[in-house]
Design a binder for this molecule. Structure first.
Ligand SMILES: NC(=O)c1ccc[n+]([C@@H]2O[C@H](COP(=O)([O-])OP(=O)(O)OC[C@H]3O[C@@H](n4cnc5c(N)ncnc54)[C@H](OP(=O)(O)O)[C@@H]3O)[C@@H](O)[C@H]2O)c1
Length: 280
């Protein structure tokens, strides 16, 4: 298999830039989708305790025949489990359910201002020392919350996984993350399916023989972001992976930048997205 682009993480790790999202992929259909993704070449799986599909991820990996150490696996701990014991227990459960000795990345799924971040990150750092996880990070953190988080730990925060797509181009957050060595992972990279028939993306993609979905993913890759598209059927899984060997021009990137609409799909008030300092 050809090598694929990776993003460096702390602790001498790398993360395959294109990942596979697994929210709602459960049961036999979920297991088969995960196996298919690995067969098609994905080497980065995004799971979470909340998705209740760690067993499917483990089984999909075993059925694919791909070695564990060739795959980068992320899981996440839900916001009500951010006390020390909750972080550790959720991780140990994930390891048992997946059938693995380690997670490559372990994320705080959503912030929780009622639990001190220092405690959450202390648990994360201990899990690294014990070899249970290789990196930790956060998800759904605004710039304000990232600033607070960085003040609470000496250990590197490797990743911020956030909603990022053509209609929600979070340039300020991306810049802050870049300046602080935090990789951005893009969830809902296809706008949860809303972008796949977008006429402007279709027109830009057509010049390259590519679809709107592929164009939306390529735009993220060229920004140095890690998209994690989810799909169920083989044809879509395969087509979403066919984005590594072609490029958008600078002019095309700018045309896609202009499609930003500040349209957030996962607009849960827990994220505090509106409260972020508008001057950031
Ligand atoms: N950290 C967080 O809080 C958070 C929040 C949301 C999501 N996530 C992660 O991000 C992943 C991706 O986000 P998402 O699943 O919400 O949205 P997405 O990847 O943007 O879009 C997935 C949707 O698009 C459809 N689709 C995929 N490829 C397609 C193609 N080539 N042509 C037409 N339709 C296509 C899928 O349908 P089918 O499945 O029917 O093929 C599904 O309905 C999740 O699975 C999860 O791992 C994280």
């Amino acid at each position: 298999m050809k090598s694929q682009p990776t993003l460096p993480l702390p602790h001498n790790q790398v993360m395959p830039q294109l990942g596979f999202g697994t929210f709602k992929l459960t049961g036999e259909e979920g297991t088969e989708a995960i196996r298919t993704a690995l067969e098609c070449g994905y080497r980065h799986l995004d799971t979470a305790a909340m998705y209740a599909n760690h067993r499917e991820a483990g089984e999909g990996l075993r059925r694919s025949g791909v070695a564990r150490n060739e795959v980068f696996i992320t899981s996440k701990v839900w916001h009500d489990k951010l006390h020390y014991d909750g972080v550790v227990d959720t991780c140990l459960n994930a390891l048992e359910e997946i059938g693995t000795k380690w997670l490559d990345l372990y994320l705080v799924h959503w912030p929780n201002e009622e639990i001190p971040m220092e405690e959450t990150f202390r648990a994360m750092a201990d899990l690294i020392s014990d070899g249970r996880i290789r990196n930790f990070g956060v998800s759904n953190f605004t710039v304000r919350r990232l600033r607070e988080a960085l003040a609470e730990t000496d250990a590197p925060v490797a990743v911020n996984q956030v909603e990022y797509h053509v209609h929600l181009n979070q340039e300020k957050l991306l810049r802050f993350c870049r300046e602080n060595g935090i990789r951005v992972v893009a969830y809902c990279p296809l706008g949860s399916g809303r972008l796949v028939n977008d006429p402007e993306l279709e027109a830009i993609g057509k010049a390259h023989g590519k679809t709107a979905a592929q164009t939306a993913l390529r735009w993220l890759l060229q920004k140095g972001i890690s998209p994690i598209p989810k799909a169920t059927a083989r044809a879509r899984i395969q087509s979403n992976f066919a984005v590594l060997d072609w490029s958008l021009s600078d002019d095309e990137m700018r045309r896609i930048d202009a499609l930003h609409r500040n349209e957030r799909i996962c607009d849960w008030d827990r994220g505090g997205f509106d409260a972020d300092d508008p001057a950031e």
